[in-house]
Write a protein that binds this ligand. Structure first.
Ligand code: PLP
Length: 379
């Protein structure tokens, strides 16, 4: 048995999503821009899929723009906000715990002459609104704050931060990377009070290679790419109809199962913590993250990359910090100020609605075996 407990890295594509993709590839396969019935059918399907994604997000269809992934949505939001605000200023506020898809474009803009204020997290992984208040300025053009941190499972105070931004930097746009929060934490873009919001398909049982950027209606946002007139002229490129069909199916399923999935993941998280406390008390949670699906743990004195490899050999999939870091030390754990032994031992367990207690049991057994096989690092 494989225990797949790395759902924050990616999820299994659901049968409904896979079937929707096959249908779009083999039946409604026309180009939505084509002016004959096969094309019109694809265009009609695309409109229905947009409505499904909008319903899951709790926004209007015309506010949903399909992208190739969460990374594209983040890059587009950030570049676009800077372009739109060029007559106001070049100051950005973001957090030190964002995903690389936000960090890197901000770093690039810093090299290009923008000023970036990086809000540091407290030891609990959260961001202080007081720090945000102090950072906001009349020339701030963008605030970007994620909803759920992918490495810690913390839920950041996006709604309060957006309110504060409205008050103290009314010309700034507020972007939220909700890739890990979508269908895990209830929200609507309007209730959060934000302008731009990124989601990604492969975290919610759709395939890799599709996502969406929410752009608040009324905002005249610039495109990132230039080309044909697709996505209302804002995101050119022939629409990825199969991925979009699958994304919509996953949104429909995810939205209808959301309350029970959240309760289930929360219960599994509690179960994991209880099992570990009983059988492996030296494994500690890094923070008290409120997201139901992400649990950051550490086995102090052990190297997480080695631990994760041994667990993998035993059929248990978890990640050493964020899957996107490929062995580089995590900027998030460094920003928390964790001491070295804790930091090096951090691994992430993440659930989906499909995860089971049997998988958690397999994790605990594998951890016990791995601990016996490995020596603590001497540093
Ligand atoms: N933002 C967060 C918080 C993520 O966790 C990820 C992926 O792990 C991304 C953005 C990037 O999404 P994608 O893999 O679709 O580019």
């Amino acid at each position: 048995m494989t225990a797949y407990l790395d759902n924050a890295a990616t999820t299994r594509v659901s049968s409904a999503a896979a079937e929707a993709a096959v249908h779009a590839m083999t039946e409604d396969f026309g180009n939505p821009s084509a002016r004959y019935p096969l094309g019109s059918r694809a265009a009609k399907a695309l409109a229905a899929h947009r409505a499904d994604v909008a319903a899951a997000l709790g926004c209007e269809s015309r506010e949903v723009f399909f992208t190739s992934c969460g990374t594209e949505g983040d890059n587009w939001a950030i570049r676009g906000a800077l372009e739109l605000g060029r007559h106001t200023g070049r100051h950005i506020v973001t957090t030190a715990v964002e995903h690389a898809a936000v960090l890197e474009p901000c770093r690039r803009l810093e090299q290009e002459g923008c000023e970036v204020t990086w809000l540091a997290p407290g030891r609990d992984g959260n961001i202080s609104l007081e720090d945000l208040r102090a950072a906001l300025r009349p020339d701030t053009v963008l605030v970007s704050m994620m909803l759920v941190n992918n490495e810690l499972g913390t839920v950041l105070p996006v709604r309060e931060a957006a309110q504060l931004t409205r008050r103290l930097a009314p010309r700034a746009l507020f972007h939220c990377d909700a890739v890990q929060g979508f269908l895990k934490v209830p929200f609507t873009p309007r209730a959060l009070g934000i302008d731009l919001l990124t989601v990604s398909g492969h975290k919610i049982h759709a395939p890799k290679g599709v996502g969406a950027l929410y752009i608040r209606s009324g905002l005249r946002f610039p495109p990132l790419l230039l080309g044909g007139g697709q996505e209302n002229g804002l995101r050119p490129g022939t629409e990825a109809t199969a991925q979009i069909a699958a994304f919509a199916a996953a949104c429909r399923e995810g939205k209808s199962r959301m309350p029970q999935d959240i309760a289930h993941m929360r219960e599994l998280k509690e179960y994991t913590l209880a099992q570990l406390a009983e059988r492996l008390p030296e494994v500690r949670p890094v923070v008290q993250g409120d997201a139901p699906h992400i649990l950051a743990l550490t086995l102090p004195g052990y190297k997480a990359e080695v631990l994760v490899r041994v667990l993998g050999d035993l059929g248990v999939c978890v990640s050493a910090g964020s899957a996107c870091h490929r062995g580089r030390p995590s900027h998030v754990y460094a920003a928390l100020g964790l001491e070295k032994a804790w930091r090096e031992g951090v691994f992430r367990v993440s659930f989906s609605g499909e995860s089971t207690r049997a998988e958690v049991d397999a994790l605990v057994e594998a951890l016990l075996t791995a601990k016996e096989r490995l020596f603590p690092s001497m540093s």
